[in-house]
Design a protein around this ligand. Structure first.
Ligand code: KG4
Ligand code: ZN
Length: 348
């Protein structure tokens, strides 16, 4: 029996079980992360962040990210196994993020996972990073079952998703230009804040009031988003003020921007929950770590009688535990293993 046939057999045998163990690898951007999971439980999760390395460049430099993934990945795998008190023999399945993300960065994780899976004869499950973000909710709320609505807001994506099952996800709306996180990062840069901009804007906004009237980042009568107009309005505002020698009230501007983004995301999400008659709303993605967004969603969701799921902040930003649990959900839905020809797909 060749590797692929053997992998298929293994998955068929464990599909309906909850007690097998997954080693998951995530390297799509600037975090090298490895986790060991079992069902919806995290046995260990290690994240090696490159934020400090990229900060001096004001953003992620893809080539530098790839090189640092190569340097880190072997040790992080060892650390995750040790944290779970396991060796590779105790692992049943290998999972890896294969897209979307930075090509070179993804390739490090995919190549490493393929080698590990093939050498040890274990099935390999390729995971879409976005589905990984969604799976963070299964870790925080292990009893969660579809159908539910998911507001996904990350550095690369913003979408309202109707989850019928983990294998059947309908996009009700998505961003037509910048993602919410991208808008946070760009506005932060204009305000002279370091990378990554989201947490910096949140910090600064705490000292401000929403005194700036900004254009609505609105797309009427749909669940789609557009953030580029809002971003451009802020860039123009800052540049015009500078040209006139006027002081910008940076904290107020950060607060006004954050309020506008949170208002838009929450407004559309709750409207979708009402239209599709869904009583549970889950938050996912790096922007989901934003306190103002979490508060607004919790408050307005409760008012609308909805159950709002907010995974802990550390599960909103990139990690490998969410990739492991996504693989578990995929296997339960009958996913096939990857062939060894699996390639990274930056545009997935
Ligand atoms: O999900 P994520 O870790 O990576 C992607 O898959 O893109 O999201 C990263 C994005 C960045 O744009 C970052 O600025 C934003 O999430 N972010 C935040 C916060 N923490 C991270 N945005 C707003 N407030 C935060 N506290
Ligand atoms: Zn992410």
């Amino acid at each position: 029996m060749n590797y692929y046939e053997k992998s298929k057999k293994t998955l068929e045998a464990i599909k309906d079980r909850r007690d097998y163990t997954i080693l998951a690898i995530e390297s799509s951007c600037d975090e090298t992360a490895v986790a060991v999971t079992r069902g919806r439980t995290v046995l260990s999760s290690v994240i090696s962040s490159q934020i400090e390395i990229h900060r001096r460049f004001g953003g992620v430099v893809p080539e530098i990210a790839s090189r640092n993934h190569v340097l880190a990945i072997g040790n992080i795998v060892e650390e995750a196994l040790a944290g779970a008190k396991l060796t590779l023999e105790g692992i049943d399945v290998v999972a890896v993020t294969y897209g979307p993300g930075l090509l070179g960065a993804l390739l490090v994780g995919v190549s490493y996972a393929k080698a590990l899976a093939f050498a040890s004869g274990k099935p390999l499950i390729p995971i879409d990073h976005i589905k990984g973000h969604m799976a963070a909710n299964y870790i925080a709320s292990p009893e969660l079952q579809p159908p539910y609505l998911c507001l996904l807001a990350s550095g690369g994506h913003t979408a309202i998703l109707k989850v019928n099952s983990f294998a059947d996800i309908v996009t009700l709306g998505s961003t037509q230009d910048d993602a919410a996180g991208e808008a946070f990062d760009k506005v932060a840069r204009v305000l002279g804040l370091p990378y990554p901009g989201g947490p910096e804007i949140e910090k600064l906004a705490k000292e401000g009031l929403p005194t700036y009237a900004l254009p609505r980042a609105f797309k009427e009568k749909s669940y789609d988003f557009s953030f580029s107009g809002l971003k451009t309005a802020i860039i123009n505002l800052v540049e015009n003020s500078r040209a006139r020698g006027e002081e910008i009230r940076r904290a107020d501007l950060a607060r006004s921007f954050q309020d506008e983004v949170a208002d838009l995301l929450v407004g559309k999400t709750l409207a979708a929950a009402a239209e599709y008659n869904l009583s549970t709303v889950a938050l996912a993605g790096g922007v989901g770590a934003n306190g103002a967004l979490r508060e607004r969603l919790a408050l307005q969701g409760a008012k609308a009688g909805l159950r709002i799921l907010l995974p802990p902040r550390a599960l909103c930003t990139d990690n490998a535990a969410m990739i492991g649990v996504a693989a578990y959900e995929e296997i339960a839905c009958g996913a096939l293993p990857a062939e060894l020809t699996l390639d990274a797909d930056p545009e997935l």
